[in-house]
Design a protein around this ligand. Structure first.
Ligand code: SAM
Length: 298
């Protein structure tokens, strides 16, 4: 088994797909990574060491899992496709005693309890994954707001989504996702990946993003996370309209409300005729808290 080529090598991946009569399921975002350089760079971006426990989302046939198992203390992988479970048992089990695969939908998993069950309390936990692209945003939003405090999240996604996560004010890609993600983490594009690195090749290029969660004391905090997200999304509802118009969309057009919006913007020294994309992340938090103080958000 140990003399086998790596699972992610193109020749072995193809052999596994043939042996188990598997064809990649588009509906589950199955694109298997077969570029060993890319895999090594992912492990490097995650700075994996022997103290790190890793959660992997969507191990597929185990290409990335194999490398994670070689570099980390232990790996807990969530795979939704039950057809892949026996494959993973075969490809990973004998040499890698530090891997557990759960046949679960990551969006329905109870991560806080599962992490304690498998890794114990107070352990270092990172997420490393080649994400299914059809649910990248819900997965990332769930991870960064999860009660589990991850040390680092290193995930492959569509390049365009990576650009939205990391965009700064006044850039085309800057929007509600950038603000929400950057309020909770520092995201960085580690490197981009051509579609030729996968079997089958996706239609889009990809990028590896590293997200380092921010300590609460490092950032201005909204009075309520859910209200903050709703407010930020409302502000970007009509990107081409002014902030003033978007705020009227969020809160309504009654004269009293208009006065409150004017008060909030004046107090925070924000130009009402500017566009939402001109505001920094901190300004969205301050506005959320100001509208809460004024009774418009509760
Ligand atoms: N890790 C493998 C690799 O890098 O070659 C496969 C990555 S593939 C892009 C995404 C994987 O996520 C697939 O194995 C797919 O079955 C799995 N998946 C899709 N939706 C999922 C979900 N909701 N929960 C867990 N796994 C999921």
């Amino acid at each position: 088994m140990n003399n086998m080529p790596p699972i992610a090598s193109p020749v072995r991946t193809q052999a596994i797909l043939n042996q188990y009569h598997l064809s990649a399921k588009k509906s589950l975002g199955q694109n298997f990574l077969t570029d060993l350089n890319v895999l090594n760079n992912i492990v490097e971006a995650a700075q994996l060491g022997p103290d790190d426990n890793v959660i992997e989302i969507g191990p597929g046939i185990g290409g990335l899992t194999e490398l994670l198992a070689q570099h980390a203390k232990s790996v807990l992988a969530f795979e939704i496709d039950s057809q892949l479970i026996p494959v993973l048992e075969d490809t990973l089990a004998p040499p890698y005693g530090n891997v557990t695969v759960l046949n679960q939908d990551i969006l329905k998993a109870n991560l806080p309890d599962t992490v304690i069950e498998y890794f114990g309390k107070g352990e270092k936990v990172k997420v490393v994954a080649n994400l299914p692209y059809y649910i990248t945003t819900p997965i990332v939003l769930d991870l960064i707001q999860n009660p589990v405090k991850f040390d680092q999240i290193v995930v492959m996604m569509q390049k365009e989504v990576a650009e939205r996560l990391t965009a700064t004010p006044r850039h085309k890609a800057y929007g509600s996702l950038s603000v929400i993600v950057q309020q909770l983490t520092t995201p960085e594009i580690a490197f981009t990946v051509p579609s030729s690195a996968f079997i089958p090749a996706p239609k889009v290029d990809s990028a590896i993003v590293s997200l380092v969660p921010a300590k609460p004391e490092e950032r201005e905090q909204p009075y309520d996370q859910k209200k903050f997200i709703g407010f930020v999304r409302g502000c970007f509802m009509h990107r081409r309209k002014s902030l003033w118009n978007n705020l009227q969309g969020v809160f309504g057009k009654k004269p009293k409300v208009k006065d409150q919006i004017t008060t909030a913007l004046t107090d925070l020294d924000i130009d009402p005729s500017g566009r939402p994309e001109e505001l920094a992340v901190k300004q969205f938090v301050l506005l959320t808290n100001k509208f809460h103080e004024l009774g418009l958000l509760n």
